[in-house]
Design a protein around this ligand. Sequence first.
Ligand code: CO
Length: 164
Amino acid sequence: MAIKKVIEHPAQVLSTPCAEVTEINDELITLLDDLYDTMVEYDGVGIAAPQIDIGLRVAIVELGEERDILEMVNPTVIETDGAEIDIEGCLSFPGLYGEVERPSYVKIEACDREGRVYELEAGGFDARAILHEIDHLDGVLFDSKIKRVITAEELEEMYANEEE
Ligand code: CO
């Protein structure tokens, strides 16, 4: 387990579609653990393998209030529904926040760290986080989807209002 350096935009590894994981082995386990350590260190809610310079279809996200960790190996989107605009950021774009439209519902299929296939349905911010990370695995970055950039002042104001 180790904290890795997060790769920042622009970088080739971030804009290149990742390769499928073909074998469940110790390297995959280490990768998942490194992703977790790095996400916690950088205070993110999700992180994808290319962000630590590994071009494999592996990503993790924190889900819900409990912040349960979802590990996704070779995830695919089976179904989406609805549309919602909300604010996103990305560890590879320090200081950039913007409004991004995403489906409000997603159903995915992926493998866990033991190679077991699972399906998962998610909505709201969980769906957004999952789709943001799967985009990373396709070499798609959130800045290309920003409809409106949110300034630091606006962001501060929003947090201030939330805390009231
Ligand atoms: Co990101």
